[in-house]
Each structure stands twice: as structure tokens, then as C-alpha cells.
Design a protein around this ligand. Structure first.
Ligand SMILES: Nc1ncnc2c1ncn2[C@@H]1O[C@H](COP(=O)(O)OP(=O)(O)O)[C@@H](O)[C@H]1O
Ligand SMILES: [Mg+2]
Length: 270
């Protein structure tokens, strides 16, 4: 369904600030699978998602979606097949607009000719029904501005909007990280429910190892712009948080080792 081939990207190339954010990442994502992406800060997780959604065009490599080469597609063209939710509950929705108005935008995503702004009773009923499925009582607040919602309620609504038209690919970038623990758990649970019931293909960057063990069916670990671990199938079934911590330690120790070897080599050649 999604094929990432040897993707590389450097920010500020050819300057002293150059950052090799992606270094030859290859990843095959199966239809209707749910994958978590974990990794240290700055390991390239967001950059990978941004490269998929076209926030920038990667320097090298290919991105195929359902066999179609979308590597050079601009971001707006990828918006129809891809739903996204970010960390910030204030991103992705318009605060002054009502819940209903925001949902209408979600319903029209990717349409060339927008529908009329008037909401038929039928559309409103469908809206209320789907909002009620969030189990937050928001169906009674469709005409309130989104700005009046809590962070958790907003992320739940953003998730509903991102998945309203059943995207080919759902991209979540630490979408529970800015929430209090209770809201984070609520939104995580909702995420699992929506992905399973709509049978979505999803990629979720998360800082929470617990979440990555509990929610998805695969865990990919990144470090310094590369994929360093891939837990799938039986291996994913067996992995627990301490195993992931140990893997992080191994990766970091490997790095120390590399650094000390480099120092020894450098000393020999001074
Ligand atoms: N738009 C950008 N411009 C310059 N550097 C960036 C940009 N986005 C990310 N980076 C750099 O690329 C590296 C990977 O960042 P990122 O993908 O955001 O990491 P993660 O999401 O894993 O924490 C970091 O060193 C970061 O500073
Ligand atoms: Mg990030």
C-alpha cells in the first residue's frame, strides 16, 4: 500500500548547520496495518511523516502509494489520500469556527467544487451521530466554537475530521503528547477504535513506549535518520516496554562505541 524506498533528506545542505534528517529510509506498510514510530528526539520521525505528506520534497528516494509514484506530488494533492493529526490541539481546526463548521470542512476535503454552506438536516444528523461516537457529549455542542473545547476534546474532534473521509493513510504525530494523562489515554483509546472500525492504514509517531506496545501491530524504531529496529508479527506480540528500553540503550551504546573508535582512529592519525 505504502512503499518508501531509500528516502534521504538533508536540511540546510552544504552549510555548517546541515542536518541529515533522513538517511536512506526504506519502509513497506501493509494495507490496514497500524504502525508506531518511536525514537529519540530528533531521530527523524516527524521528518519522515512530513516527507510522506509533502511538507517538503525529499532529496532522494521514492514514495509509492498504492503503486502510484507520489514522490513529486505537492502537499495539497496528497491531502485527499492522507489524514493528519499533529501534537498541538490548536493545529488542524479553526478556533473561532463552530464544531459543525469545522466538520463541514473535513467533509469537503479534496473536493474541487465545495458543497453549499447550508447543512441539510440529514447531514447534521450524521454529524451528531459521528460526534456522539466520541462519547464526550460533544453532539450537543455542534454550534459552539471549537475554542471552547478542552485539549483532549479538540484532539478527538481533529481525529474524527482527519478520518471522516476514510483516508488511504492516517498520519499521527505525537497527537497525545500535549494532553494530560487522562485525556491522552482517552484519545489513544479513541485512536485505536477508529483505526480498527474504519480499517485504516495508520502510522503513529509516539513518545510513549506503553502506547506503542499496546495500540499498534508493528513498532519501528528510528535513530539518527535511520530505521534501527522493526518489531512486527510474533516479535511485536512478544515485545514489552523493558525490551524497547533495552533496544534504545543498545542503539545509544553503539553510538558511543562508534564515537570512541573514531577518536582512537583520529588519535592514531594526528
Ligand atoms: N524544517 C526543518 N528545518 C531544519 N531542520 C529540521 C527541520 N525539521 C527537522 N529538522 C531537524 O531534523 C532532525 C530530525 O527532526 P525531527 O524529524 O523533527 O525529529 P523527531 O520528530 O524524531 O524528534 C532534527 O535534527 C531537527 O532539528
Ligand atoms: Mg517530532
Amino acid at each position: 500500500m505504502l512503499d518508501i524506498q531509500n528516502l534521504s533528506h538533508t536540511f540546510f545542505p552544504g552549510t555548517p548547520n546541515a542536518v541529515q534528517a533522513l538517511q536512506g529510509v526504506s519502509l513497506h506498510i501493509e494495507e490496514e496495518s497500524f504502525t508506531a514510530i518511536i525514537g529519540t528526539n530528533g531521530s527523524g520521525k516527524s521528518t519522515l511523516l512530513n516527507a510522506m505528506s509533502g511538507t517538503f520534497l525529499a532529496d532522494q528516494g521514492k514514495i509509492l502509494l498504492d503503486g502510484q509514484d507520489i514522490t513529486r506530488w505537492p502537499e495539497h494533492r496528497r491531502a485527499a489520500p492522507m489524514g493528519r493529526v499533529f501534537q498541538n490541539p490548536f493545529a488542524g481546526t479553526a478556533a473561532e469556527m463552530t464544531l459543525a463548521e469545522n466538520l463541514v470542512i473535513a467533509m469537503r476535503r479534496g473536493l474541487k467544487r465545495p458543497l453549499s454552506t447550508a447543512l441539510s438536516r440529514q447531514v447534521r444528523e450524521e454529524m451528531a451521530e459521528r460526534v456522539a461516537s466520541l462519547k464526550m457529549g460533544l453532539e450537543n455542542r455542534l454550534d459552539n466554537p471549537i475554542g471552547t473545547l478542552s485539549g483532549g476534546q479538540r484532539q478527538a474532534l481533529t481525529l474524527l475530521m482527519a478520518t471522516w473521509l476514510r483516508p488511504k493513510l492516517l498520519l499521527l504525530d505525537e497527537h497525545t503528547a500535549a494532553l494530560d494523562p487522562k485525556s491522552a489515554a482517552q484519545v489513544a483509546d479513541l485512536t485505536r477504535r477508529i483505526i480498527r472500525s474504519e480499517r485504516l492504514t495508520a502510522l503513529m509517531v509516539t513518545h510513549s513506549m506503553q502506547q506503542s506496545v499496546e495500540l499498534p501491530d508493528r513498532i519501528v524504531m528510528m535513530h539518527k535518520g535511520k530505521i534501527v529496529e522493526d518489531y512486527a508479527e510474533e516479535r511485536k506480540g512478544r515485545v514489552r516496554v523493558p525490551d524497547l528500553m533495552a533496544a534504545f540503550d543498545r542503539v545509544k551504546r553503539g553510538e558511543l562505541f562508534d564515537a570512541s573508535v573514531a577518536e582512537v582512529v583520529a588519535e592514531q592519525y594526528v
